[in-house]
Design a protein around this ligand. Structure first.
Ligand SMILES: Cc1cc2nc3c(=O)[nH]c(=O)nc-3n(C[C@H](O)[C@H](O)[C@H](O)COP(=O)(O)OP(=O)(O)OC[C@H]3O[C@@H](n4cnc5c(N)ncnc54)[C@H](O)[C@@H]3O)c2cc1C
Length: 456
Protein backbone atom coordinates (compact mmCIF):
# COMPACT_ATOMS: atom_id res chain seq x y z
CA UNK A 1 0.00 0.00 0.00
CA UNK A 2 1.20 3.50 -0.84
CA UNK A 3 2.09 5.66 2.11
CA UNK A 4 0.90 9.23 2.41
CA UNK A 5 1.97 11.76 4.95
CA UNK A 6 -1.57 13.02 5.40
CA UNK A 7 -4.55 11.26 3.95
CA UNK A 8 -8.21 12.21 4.36
CA UNK A 9 -11.21 10.09 3.46
CA UNK A 10 -14.51 11.77 2.64
CA UNK A 11 -17.56 9.54 2.99
CA UNK A 12 -20.14 10.62 0.39
CA UNK A 13 -19.50 12.52 -2.84
CA UNK A 14 -22.47 14.90 -2.93
CA UNK A 15 -22.31 18.65 -2.32
CA UNK A 16 -21.07 18.55 1.29
CA UNK A 17 -18.46 15.88 0.51
CA UNK A 18 -17.21 17.59 -2.65
CA UNK A 19 -16.85 21.00 -1.04
CA UNK A 20 -15.14 19.50 2.01
CA UNK A 21 -12.74 17.60 -0.29
CA UNK A 22 -11.89 20.82 -2.13
CA UNK A 23 -10.84 22.42 1.16
CA UNK A 24 -9.10 19.33 2.54
CA UNK A 25 -6.87 19.22 -0.54
CA UNK A 26 -5.07 22.27 0.86
CA UNK A 27 -4.10 20.36 4.01
CA UNK A 28 -3.75 16.71 2.98
CA UNK A 29 -1.45 15.16 0.43
CA UNK A 30 -4.24 12.88 -0.68
CA UNK A 31 -8.03 13.07 -0.34
CA UNK A 32 -10.18 10.05 -1.21
CA UNK A 33 -13.90 10.52 -1.79
CA UNK A 34 -15.90 7.32 -1.36
CA UNK A 35 -19.27 7.29 -3.12
CA UNK A 36 -21.71 4.48 -3.85
CA UNK A 37 -22.97 5.88 -7.17
CA UNK A 38 -20.95 5.34 -10.34
CA UNK A 39 -19.76 8.88 -11.08
CA UNK A 40 -17.04 10.52 -13.09
CA UNK A 41 -15.39 13.91 -13.24
CA UNK A 42 -16.56 14.69 -16.75
CA UNK A 43 -18.34 17.94 -17.45
CA UNK A 44 -18.57 19.16 -21.00
CA UNK A 45 -20.87 22.04 -20.05
CA UNK A 46 -23.29 21.25 -22.86
CA UNK A 47 -26.62 20.32 -21.25
CA UNK A 48 -28.51 20.54 -24.54
CA UNK A 49 -26.34 18.10 -26.47
CA UNK A 50 -25.79 15.77 -23.53
CA UNK A 51 -28.84 15.19 -21.28
CA UNK A 52 -26.69 12.96 -19.03
CA UNK A 53 -25.25 16.21 -17.64
CA UNK A 54 -28.60 16.80 -15.92
CA UNK A 55 -29.50 13.21 -15.06
CA UNK A 56 -30.60 12.54 -11.48
CA UNK A 57 -28.55 9.90 -9.68
CA UNK A 58 -29.74 7.31 -7.15
CA UNK A 59 -27.78 8.58 -4.16
CA UNK A 60 -29.25 12.09 -4.53
CA UNK A 61 -32.91 11.53 -5.45
CA UNK A 62 -33.76 15.05 -4.30
CA UNK A 63 -31.78 16.21 -7.35
CA UNK A 64 -34.95 15.96 -9.43
CA UNK A 65 -36.49 18.76 -7.38
CA UNK A 66 -35.66 22.48 -7.44
CA UNK A 67 -32.36 23.42 -5.83
CA UNK A 68 -31.60 27.09 -5.33
CA UNK A 69 -28.21 28.28 -4.10
CA UNK A 70 -28.44 31.18 -1.68
CA UNK A 71 -26.06 34.12 -2.10
CA UNK A 72 -23.98 33.11 0.93
CA UNK A 73 -23.40 29.70 -0.65
CA UNK A 74 -22.74 30.98 -4.13
CA UNK A 75 -20.15 33.38 -2.72
CA UNK A 76 -18.29 30.42 -1.20
CA UNK A 77 -18.48 28.45 -4.45
CA UNK A 78 -17.02 31.46 -6.26
CA UNK A 79 -14.28 31.74 -3.63
CA UNK A 80 -13.39 28.04 -3.94
CA UNK A 81 -13.68 27.95 -7.73
CA UNK A 82 -13.01 31.45 -9.06
CA UNK A 83 -14.98 32.13 -12.24
CA UNK A 84 -17.61 29.44 -11.46
CA UNK A 85 -20.58 31.79 -11.84
CA UNK A 86 -19.44 32.97 -15.27
CA UNK A 87 -18.65 29.42 -16.41
CA UNK A 88 -22.09 28.19 -15.40
CA UNK A 89 -23.77 31.13 -17.12
CA UNK A 90 -21.69 30.50 -20.25
CA UNK A 91 -22.91 26.88 -20.19
CA UNK A 92 -26.51 28.10 -20.34
CA UNK A 93 -27.53 28.40 -16.68
CA UNK A 94 -30.18 31.15 -16.36
CA UNK A 95 -29.03 34.03 -14.18
CA UNK A 96 -30.37 37.28 -12.83
CA UNK A 97 -30.37 39.53 -9.81
CA UNK A 98 -31.08 37.74 -6.56
CA UNK A 99 -33.94 40.09 -5.69
CA UNK A 100 -34.61 41.86 -8.98
CA UNK A 101 -35.22 38.60 -10.88
CA UNK A 102 -36.35 36.21 -8.16
CA UNK A 103 -40.02 36.57 -7.27
CA UNK A 104 -40.27 35.68 -3.62
CA UNK A 105 -43.65 35.49 -1.96
CA UNK A 106 -44.30 34.81 1.67
CA UNK A 107 -47.40 34.87 3.83
CA UNK A 108 -49.49 35.82 0.82
CA UNK A 109 -47.33 38.86 -0.06
CA UNK A 110 -45.12 39.30 -3.12
CA UNK A 111 -41.91 41.01 -2.02
CA UNK A 112 -40.98 44.16 -3.82
CA UNK A 113 -38.33 43.38 -6.41
CA UNK A 114 -35.38 45.70 -6.96
CA UNK A 115 -31.93 44.80 -8.27
CA UNK A 116 -29.39 44.58 -5.44
CA UNK A 117 -26.34 43.76 -7.52
CA UNK A 118 -25.94 40.13 -6.50
CA UNK A 119 -26.18 37.31 -9.01
CA UNK A 120 -28.51 34.36 -8.62
CA UNK A 121 -28.21 31.21 -10.73
CA UNK A 122 -31.08 28.92 -11.59
CA UNK A 123 -29.75 25.46 -12.45
CA UNK A 124 -30.78 21.85 -12.14
CA UNK A 125 -29.13 20.22 -9.17
CA UNK A 126 -27.38 17.46 -11.20
CA UNK A 127 -25.89 19.96 -13.65
CA UNK A 128 -24.48 22.06 -10.80
CA UNK A 129 -23.20 19.07 -8.84
CA UNK A 130 -21.56 17.63 -11.97
CA UNK A 131 -19.80 20.96 -12.48
CA UNK A 132 -18.54 21.10 -8.90
CA UNK A 133 -17.42 17.44 -9.05
CA UNK A 134 -15.45 18.07 -12.24
CA UNK A 135 -13.73 21.05 -10.61
CA UNK A 136 -12.90 19.10 -7.46
CA UNK A 137 -11.60 16.04 -9.29
CA UNK A 138 -9.39 18.21 -11.47
CA UNK A 139 -7.41 19.18 -8.36
CA UNK A 140 -4.16 17.33 -7.65
CA UNK A 141 -4.38 14.86 -4.80
CA UNK A 142 -8.16 14.27 -4.93
CA UNK A 143 -9.37 10.84 -5.96
CA UNK A 144 -12.91 9.49 -6.32
CA UNK A 145 -13.71 5.88 -5.44
CA UNK A 146 -17.09 5.60 -7.12
CA UNK A 147 -19.35 2.54 -7.08
CA UNK A 148 -18.09 1.90 -3.57
CA UNK A 149 -20.15 1.36 -0.41
CA UNK A 150 -19.04 2.66 2.93
CA UNK A 151 -19.29 -0.25 5.32
CA UNK A 152 -17.99 1.27 8.55
CA UNK A 153 -15.18 3.14 10.24
CA UNK A 154 -11.99 1.78 11.71
CA UNK A 155 -10.72 2.88 15.13
CA UNK A 156 -7.66 2.26 17.27
CA UNK A 157 -7.97 -0.41 19.99
CA UNK A 158 -8.83 2.17 22.67
CA UNK A 159 -11.47 3.81 20.41
CA UNK A 160 -9.79 7.16 20.95
CA UNK A 161 -9.06 7.77 17.30
CA UNK A 162 -10.73 6.87 14.05
CA UNK A 163 -8.01 5.62 11.74
CA UNK A 164 -9.86 5.01 8.49
CA UNK A 165 -12.93 3.56 6.83
CA UNK A 166 -14.02 0.14 5.60
CA UNK A 167 -15.31 0.18 2.06
CA UNK A 168 -16.61 -2.33 -0.43
CA UNK A 169 -16.20 -1.82 -4.15
CA UNK A 170 -19.38 -3.15 -5.75
CA UNK A 171 -17.63 -5.07 -8.51
CA UNK A 172 -15.04 -6.63 -6.20
CA UNK A 173 -15.07 -9.18 -3.40
CA UNK A 174 -14.35 -8.34 0.21
CA UNK A 175 -14.00 -5.26 2.31
CA UNK A 176 -11.01 -2.93 2.11
CA UNK A 177 -9.64 -0.76 4.91
CA UNK A 178 -8.74 2.75 3.75
CA UNK A 179 -6.45 4.43 6.29
CA UNK A 180 -6.97 8.11 7.07
CA UNK A 181 -5.74 10.84 9.37
CA UNK A 182 -9.20 12.35 9.08
CA UNK A 183 -12.52 10.76 8.09
CA UNK A 184 -15.24 13.22 7.05
CA UNK A 185 -18.79 11.91 7.20
CA UNK A 186 -20.78 13.61 4.40
CA UNK A 187 -23.26 10.77 3.82
CA UNK A 188 -26.34 12.95 4.29
CA UNK A 189 -29.48 12.25 6.30
CA UNK A 190 -28.74 8.53 6.52
CA UNK A 191 -25.41 9.13 8.30
CA UNK A 192 -24.40 6.27 10.60
CA UNK A 193 -22.07 8.32 12.80
CA UNK A 194 -24.55 8.32 15.74
CA UNK A 195 -24.58 4.51 15.60
CA UNK A 196 -20.79 4.26 15.12
CA UNK A 197 -20.33 6.46 18.17
CA UNK A 198 -22.30 4.09 20.41
CA UNK A 199 -20.37 1.13 18.97
CA UNK A 200 -17.16 2.90 20.01
CA UNK A 201 -18.57 3.61 23.50
CA UNK A 202 -19.38 7.27 22.99
CA UNK A 203 -22.81 8.83 23.44
CA UNK A 204 -25.00 9.75 20.48
CA UNK A 205 -25.50 13.46 19.87
CA UNK A 206 -28.79 14.89 21.15
CA UNK A 207 -31.26 15.36 18.32
CA UNK A 208 -33.66 18.22 17.54
CA UNK A 209 -36.50 17.42 15.21
CA UNK A 210 -39.40 19.29 13.64
CA UNK A 211 -42.00 16.89 12.25
CA UNK A 212 -43.30 18.23 8.94
CA UNK A 213 -44.60 15.34 6.81
CA UNK A 214 -43.67 17.56 3.88
CA UNK A 215 -43.75 16.43 0.26
CA UNK A 216 -42.41 18.04 -2.88
CA UNK A 217 -44.15 17.03 -6.09
CA UNK A 218 -42.13 18.22 -9.09
CA UNK A 219 -42.49 18.23 -12.83
CA UNK A 220 -40.49 19.66 -15.74
CA UNK A 221 -42.01 21.98 -18.30
CA UNK A 222 -41.11 23.60 -21.56
CA UNK A 223 -41.93 27.16 -20.60
CA UNK A 224 -43.26 30.02 -22.60
CA UNK A 225 -40.33 32.51 -22.33
CA UNK A 226 -42.77 35.28 -21.41
CA UNK A 227 -44.45 33.31 -18.64
CA UNK A 228 -42.06 34.41 -15.88
CA UNK A 229 -42.04 38.06 -17.01
CA UNK A 230 -38.25 38.37 -16.85
CA UNK A 231 -37.79 36.49 -13.57
CA UNK A 232 -35.61 33.39 -13.33
CA UNK A 233 -37.44 31.87 -10.38
CA UNK A 234 -40.67 32.19 -8.47
CA UNK A 235 -41.01 30.96 -4.91
CA UNK A 236 -44.30 30.98 -3.05
CA UNK A 237 -43.89 30.08 0.60
CA UNK A 238 -46.78 28.66 2.58
CA UNK A 239 -48.79 30.92 4.87
CA UNK A 240 -50.83 30.23 7.99
CA UNK A 241 -54.05 30.50 5.99
CA UNK A 242 -52.83 28.47 3.00
CA UNK A 243 -50.00 26.21 4.22
CA UNK A 244 -49.03 25.13 0.70
CA UNK A 245 -46.27 26.46 -1.44
CA UNK A 246 -44.71 26.10 -4.83
CA UNK A 247 -41.81 27.16 -6.97
CA UNK A 248 -40.81 27.54 -10.59
CA UNK A 249 -37.13 27.60 -11.50
CA UNK A 250 -35.79 28.07 -15.00
CA UNK A 251 -32.99 25.66 -15.75
CA UNK A 252 -30.28 25.11 -18.34
CA UNK A 253 -31.40 23.53 -21.63
CA UNK A 254 -34.49 25.74 -21.86
CA UNK A 255 -36.55 23.87 -19.30
CA UNK A 256 -38.16 24.79 -16.02
CA UNK A 257 -38.89 22.70 -12.97
CA UNK A 258 -42.11 23.30 -11.07
CA UNK A 259 -42.70 21.99 -7.60
CA UNK A 260 -45.73 22.06 -5.35
CA UNK A 261 -45.26 21.36 -1.66
CA UNK A 262 -47.47 20.90 1.32
CA UNK A 263 -47.01 19.84 4.92
CA UNK A 264 -48.72 17.48 7.36
CA UNK A 265 -49.91 15.12 4.66
CA UNK A 266 -51.47 17.81 2.45
CA UNK A 267 -49.48 16.63 -0.57
CA UNK A 268 -50.00 17.51 -4.24
CA UNK A 269 -51.58 14.73 -6.34
CA UNK A 270 -49.61 13.05 -9.12
CA UNK A 271 -52.28 13.22 -11.84
CA UNK A 272 -52.41 16.23 -14.16
CA UNK A 273 -55.85 17.64 -13.23
CA UNK A 274 -55.17 17.09 -9.52
CA UNK A 275 -51.73 18.71 -9.81
CA UNK A 276 -53.17 21.78 -11.47
CA UNK A 277 -56.04 22.03 -9.02
CA UNK A 278 -53.58 21.85 -6.09
CA UNK A 279 -51.52 24.67 -7.64
CA UNK A 280 -54.63 26.83 -7.72
CA UNK A 281 -54.83 26.42 -3.93
CA UNK A 282 -51.51 28.26 -3.41
CA UNK A 283 -51.68 31.65 -1.66
CA UNK A 284 -50.81 33.48 -4.94
CA UNK A 285 -51.48 32.59 -8.60
CA UNK A 286 -47.98 32.89 -10.10
CA UNK A 287 -47.13 29.17 -10.27
CA UNK A 288 -50.52 28.38 -11.78
CA UNK A 289 -50.00 31.14 -14.36
CA UNK A 290 -46.77 29.46 -15.51
CA UNK A 291 -48.19 25.92 -15.49
CA UNK A 292 -51.20 26.91 -17.58
CA UNK A 293 -48.96 28.49 -20.24
CA UNK A 294 -46.37 25.71 -20.42
CA UNK A 295 -46.05 22.19 -21.80
CA UNK A 296 -45.31 19.37 -19.31
CA UNK A 297 -42.30 17.24 -20.27
CA UNK A 298 -42.76 14.44 -17.74
CA UNK A 299 -45.04 13.16 -14.97
CA UNK A 300 -45.00 14.65 -11.48
CA UNK A 301 -42.65 12.88 -9.06
CA UNK A 302 -42.97 12.95 -5.28
CA UNK A 303 -40.28 13.30 -2.61
CA UNK A 304 -41.31 12.90 1.01
CA UNK A 305 -39.45 14.74 3.71
CA UNK A 306 -40.68 13.64 7.13
CA UNK A 307 -38.79 16.00 9.45
CA UNK A 308 -36.02 18.53 9.79
CA UNK A 309 -33.30 17.00 11.96
CA UNK A 310 -30.37 18.60 13.72
CA UNK A 311 -27.76 16.39 15.39
CA UNK A 312 -26.21 18.44 18.17
CA UNK A 313 -22.59 17.31 17.85
CA UNK A 314 -21.70 20.71 19.28
CA UNK A 315 -23.19 19.66 22.64
CA UNK A 316 -21.11 16.49 23.05
CA UNK A 317 -18.34 16.30 25.64
CA UNK A 318 -16.38 13.46 24.02
CA UNK A 319 -15.76 12.66 20.38
CA UNK A 320 -13.11 10.44 18.79
CA UNK A 321 -10.17 12.11 17.12
CA UNK A 322 -9.85 11.69 13.37
CA UNK A 323 -13.58 11.95 12.61
CA UNK A 324 -15.84 14.87 11.72
CA UNK A 325 -19.37 15.28 10.33
CA UNK A 326 -20.61 17.84 7.77
CA UNK A 327 -23.64 18.69 5.65
CA UNK A 328 -27.02 17.03 5.99
CA UNK A 329 -25.40 14.40 8.21
CA UNK A 330 -25.11 17.16 10.81
CA UNK A 331 -28.28 19.08 10.04
CA UNK A 332 -31.00 18.55 7.47
CA UNK A 333 -33.09 21.69 6.98
CA UNK A 334 -36.62 21.93 5.63
CA UNK A 335 -35.81 22.20 1.89
CA UNK A 336 -38.38 24.96 1.33
CA UNK A 337 -35.80 27.47 2.57
CA UNK A 338 -33.12 26.30 0.11
CA UNK A 339 -30.35 26.29 2.73
CA UNK A 340 -28.65 22.86 2.71
CA UNK A 341 -26.03 23.34 -0.01
CA UNK A 342 -25.18 26.85 1.18
CA UNK A 343 -24.69 25.72 4.76
CA UNK A 344 -22.50 22.84 3.52
CA UNK A 345 -20.41 25.38 1.58
CA UNK A 346 -19.89 27.65 4.59
CA UNK A 347 -19.09 24.63 6.77
CA UNK A 348 -16.42 23.58 4.27
CA UNK A 349 -14.76 26.98 4.63
CA UNK A 350 -14.84 26.66 8.43
CA UNK A 351 -13.32 23.20 8.19
CA UNK A 352 -10.47 24.76 6.22
CA UNK A 353 -10.10 27.49 8.87
CA UNK A 354 -9.91 24.90 11.64
CA UNK A 355 -7.24 22.90 9.79
CA UNK A 356 -5.33 26.07 9.06
CA UNK A 357 -5.38 27.05 12.73
CA UNK A 358 -4.79 23.68 14.41
CA UNK A 359 -3.03 21.68 11.69
CA UNK A 360 -3.97 18.12 10.79
CA UNK A 361 -2.49 16.69 14.00
CA UNK A 362 -4.19 19.25 16.24
CA UNK A 363 -7.60 19.17 14.56
CA UNK A 364 -10.33 18.89 17.17
CA UNK A 365 -13.79 17.97 15.87
CA UNK A 366 -15.58 19.21 19.01
CA UNK A 367 -13.98 22.61 18.56
CA UNK A 368 -15.06 22.58 14.90
CA UNK A 369 -18.66 21.63 15.82
CA UNK A 370 -18.80 24.55 18.25
CA UNK A 371 -17.26 26.93 15.74
CA UNK A 372 -19.93 26.08 13.15
CA UNK A 373 -22.78 26.36 15.66
CA UNK A 374 -23.77 29.85 14.42
CA UNK A 375 -23.55 28.64 10.82
CA UNK A 376 -26.34 26.17 11.68
CA UNK A 377 -28.17 28.22 14.34
CA UNK A 378 -29.19 31.00 11.97
CA UNK A 379 -30.71 28.98 9.10
CA UNK A 380 -32.21 26.57 11.65
CA UNK A 381 -33.88 29.50 13.45
CA UNK A 382 -35.20 30.86 10.13
CA UNK A 383 -36.60 27.50 9.06
CA UNK A 384 -37.97 26.38 12.42
CA UNK A 385 -39.42 29.85 13.09
CA UNK A 386 -41.20 29.79 9.73
CA UNK A 387 -42.43 26.21 10.14
CA UNK A 388 -43.76 26.55 13.64
CA UNK A 389 -45.79 29.60 12.58
CA UNK A 390 -47.82 27.20 10.40
CA UNK A 391 -50.89 25.60 11.95
CA UNK A 392 -50.31 22.07 13.19
CA UNK A 393 -46.49 22.19 13.30
CA UNK A 394 -45.26 21.65 16.86
CA UNK A 395 -42.89 24.22 18.25
CA UNK A 396 -42.53 26.92 20.86
CA UNK A 397 -45.73 28.91 21.41
CA UNK A 398 -44.48 31.28 24.12
CA UNK A 399 -45.20 35.00 24.14
CA UNK A 400 -41.85 35.88 22.56
CA UNK A 401 -42.45 33.54 19.60
CA UNK A 402 -45.97 34.91 19.13
CA UNK A 403 -44.66 38.49 19.20
CA UNK A 404 -41.89 37.69 16.70
CA UNK A 405 -44.40 36.02 14.38
CA UNK A 406 -46.77 39.01 14.60
CA UNK A 407 -43.87 41.33 13.80
CA UNK A 408 -42.88 39.17 10.82
CA UNK A 409 -46.47 39.22 9.50
CA UNK A 410 -46.25 43.01 9.41
CA UNK A 411 -42.76 42.92 7.97
CA UNK A 412 -43.86 40.74 5.02
CA UNK A 413 -46.77 43.08 4.31
CA UNK A 414 -44.38 46.05 4.43
CA UNK A 415 -41.82 44.31 2.19
CA UNK A 416 -44.47 44.03 -0.51
CA UNK A 417 -44.16 47.76 -1.21
CA UNK A 418 -41.11 48.99 0.75
CA UNK A 419 -37.84 48.16 -0.98
CA UNK A 420 -35.64 48.85 2.05
CA UNK A 421 -37.51 46.21 4.03
CA UNK A 422 -37.61 43.84 1.07
CA UNK A 423 -33.83 44.11 0.62
CA UNK A 424 -33.26 43.55 4.35
CA UNK A 425 -35.44 40.44 4.26
CA UNK A 426 -33.76 39.13 1.13
CA UNK A 427 -30.33 39.50 2.75
CA UNK A 428 -31.52 37.44 5.73
CA UNK A 429 -33.06 34.65 3.64
CA UNK A 430 -29.85 34.55 1.57
CA UNK A 431 -27.87 34.07 4.82
CA UNK A 432 -25.93 37.32 4.38
CA UNK A 433 -27.34 38.91 7.56
CA UNK A 434 -28.70 37.33 10.75
CA UNK A 435 -32.47 37.49 11.41
CA UNK A 436 -31.80 40.13 14.10
CA UNK A 437 -31.06 42.52 11.20
CA UNK A 438 -34.83 42.67 10.72
CA UNK A 439 -35.20 44.15 14.21
CA UNK A 440 -32.78 47.03 13.61
CA UNK A 441 -34.40 50.38 14.41
CA UNK A 442 -34.28 51.55 10.78
CA UNK A 443 -36.26 48.49 9.66
CA UNK A 444 -38.54 48.27 12.70
CA UNK A 445 -39.55 51.91 12.24
CA UNK A 446 -40.70 51.23 8.67
CA UNK A 447 -42.54 48.05 9.68
CA UNK A 448 -44.28 49.62 12.66
CA UNK A 449 -45.10 52.90 10.88
CA UNK A 450 -46.78 50.96 8.14
CA UNK A 451 -48.79 49.15 10.77
CA UNK A 452 -49.96 52.42 12.28
CA UNK A 453 -50.86 53.96 8.94
CA UNK A 454 -52.59 50.73 7.84
CA UNK A 455 -54.59 50.72 11.06
CA UNK A 456 -55.50 54.42 10.79
C1 LIG B 1 -36.64 17.94 -1.96
C2 LIG B 1 -35.38 18.67 -1.56
C3 LIG B 1 -35.11 19.92 -2.08
C4 LIG B 1 -33.97 20.61 -1.69
N1 LIG B 1 -33.76 21.87 -2.16
C5 LIG B 1 -32.64 22.53 -1.80
C6 LIG B 1 -32.39 23.84 -2.28
O1 LIG B 1 -33.22 24.46 -2.97
N2 LIG B 1 -31.22 24.44 -1.93
C7 LIG B 1 -30.31 23.81 -1.12
O2 LIG B 1 -29.26 24.39 -0.83
N3 LIG B 1 -30.53 22.59 -0.63
C8 LIG B 1 -31.66 21.93 -0.95
N4 LIG B 1 -31.87 20.67 -0.46
C9 LIG B 1 -30.85 20.07 0.44
C10 LIG B 1 -29.67 19.52 -0.37
O3 LIG B 1 -30.11 18.52 -1.25
C11 LIG B 1 -28.58 18.99 0.58
O4 LIG B 1 -28.42 19.87 1.65
C12 LIG B 1 -27.26 18.84 -0.17
O5 LIG B 1 -27.33 17.83 -1.12
C13 LIG B 1 -26.07 18.54 0.75
O6 LIG B 1 -26.26 17.30 1.27
P1 LIG B 1 -25.08 16.29 1.61
O7 LIG B 1 -23.99 16.35 0.62
O8 LIG B 1 -24.77 16.49 3.04
O9 LIG B 1 -25.85 14.89 1.51
P2 LIG B 1 -26.56 14.22 0.28
O10 LIG B 1 -26.80 15.17 -0.80
O11 LIG B 1 -27.71 13.45 0.81
O12 LIG B 1 -25.46 13.18 -0.25
C14 LIG B 1 -25.01 12.07 0.46
C15 LIG B 1 -24.05 11.30 -0.46
O13 LIG B 1 -23.50 10.21 0.26
C16 LIG B 1 -23.60 9.03 -0.54
N5 LIG B 1 -23.75 7.91 0.40
C17 LIG B 1 -24.64 7.81 1.42
N6 LIG B 1 -24.47 6.64 2.08
C18 LIG B 1 -23.46 6.00 1.46
C19 LIG B 1 -22.83 4.73 1.67
N7 LIG B 1 -23.18 3.90 2.66
N8 LIG B 1 -21.82 4.38 0.84
C20 LIG B 1 -21.44 5.21 -0.17
N9 LIG B 1 -21.99 6.42 -0.41
C21 LIG B 1 -22.99 6.79 0.39
C22 LIG B 1 -24.85 9.26 -1.40
O14 LIG B 1 -24.85 8.47 -2.56
C23 LIG B 1 -24.74 10.75 -1.70
O15 LIG B 1 -23.93 11.00 -2.82
C24 LIG B 1 -33.04 19.99 -0.78
C25 LIG B 1 -33.31 18.73 -0.26
C26 LIG B 1 -34.48 18.09 -0.62
C27 LIG B 1 -34.77 16.76 0.01
Amino acid sequence: MENYQHQAVVLGGSMAGLLAARVLAEHFERVIIVERDELSGEWAGDPVADPREREVRRGVPQGRHPHGMLTAGLNVVEQLFPGATDELIAAGVPSGDVLGNVRFCTNGHRLRQVPIGMTALSFSRPFFENYVRAKVLAMPGIELRAGTDIVGIDADPESRRVIGAFVHRRDAAGVEAVPADLVVDATGRGSRTPRWLTELDYVRPPEEKVQLDLAYVSRHYEVDPEALEGDIAIVIGPSAVAPRGGAVMLQEAGRAVVTLFGILGDHAPLDDPGYRAYARGLPLPYVTDVIERSKPLDDPVKFRYPASVRHRYDLLQRFPKGLVVVGDAMCSFNPMYGQGMSVAAVQALRLGDALQRDGVAGFDALRFFRAVRPVIDIPWQIAVGGDTALPGVDGPSDTRTRLVNRYLDRLYATAAHDEVVSVAFSRVTNLLDPPTALLRPAIAARVLTRRRSAAA
